[in-house]
Design a protein around this ligand. Structure first.
Ligand SMILES: [Mg+2]
Length: 219
């Protein structure tokens, strides 16, 4: 494996899934649906999960099916006190700064949320570009169209030069089908999909140092 660019997911990849950020965002999504669509709160969770599985993200379902304003949705659901969930990560900052590859963020969230998360983790300036949901709409990860739009932005037509680091199996599956190299960040090691598996993003240098096409078990 000789990656020329590292493409990082944001949420549950640059910080552990157990941080509670996604649960907090999920509660905001439920409240948004309750207020906007008038669904009883007890019915919202099943409705949201159905949208997520049918459309890739809840936003894409709300946008395509209910014509919800994406900007209003994104501002509302990401309005959480990140300082309650995330801590600055100087170890990761040092690690990213010394990795000799261009690094970008590829996220189904928006740039505003990405900048807030990066600021809270003390990772500002570690990534050359943020490719967000506005760059993909009406698509989103895990759909191939979203990956093609990202590749156009990066002006990187050869997916074998790209290493995607992500937590979600569906995203990794699409990336593999398109020819990316993939690293799955998974605290519990379940639902394995990537070429390589690590429990925390800080273990990434071990994958890059290994560089083998066949020895795909790390950690
Ligand atoms: Mg993620």
């Amino acid at each position: 494996m000789q990656p020329k660019i590292l493409i990082f997911d944001l949420d549950d990849t640059l910080y552990p899934a157990s941080s509670g950020v996604w649960e907090a965002i999920g509660k905001r999504i439920d409240l948004f649906i309750h207020q906007k669509l008038g669904l009883p709160l007890e019915a919202v969770e099943a409705f949201r999960k159905n949208l997520f599985h049918s459309y890739g993200t809840t936003l894409r379902g709300l946008y395509l099916q209910y014509h919800i304003d994406p900007a209003e949705y994104l501002a509302f659901v990401h309005d959480i006190p990140l300082e309650n969930y995330l801590q600055p990560n100087p170890e990761l900052r040092t690690l990213l700064k010394v990795l000799p590859y261009p690094k970008v963020i590829f996220t189904n969230a928006d740039k505003n949320h990405a900048h807030r998360v990066l600021a809270r983790l003390n990772l500002e300036g570690c990534f050359g570009q943020i490719i967000d949901i506005w760059d993909m709409l009406p698509s989103c990860k895990p759909f191939p169209e979203a990956f093609h739009k990202m590749l156009q932005r990066l002006q990187c037509p050869d997916t074998s030069h790209c290493l995607l680091i992500d937590d979600l199996p569906a995203n990794l599956r699409t990336a593999r089908q398109l020819g990316f190299w993939t690293v799955q960040v998974s605290e519990n090691g379940r639902n394995r999909e990537g070429h390589f598996h690590i429990r925390r993003v800080e273990e990434l240098p071990r994958v890059l140092a290994q560089g083998s096409l066949f020895d795909n078990e790390v950690g």
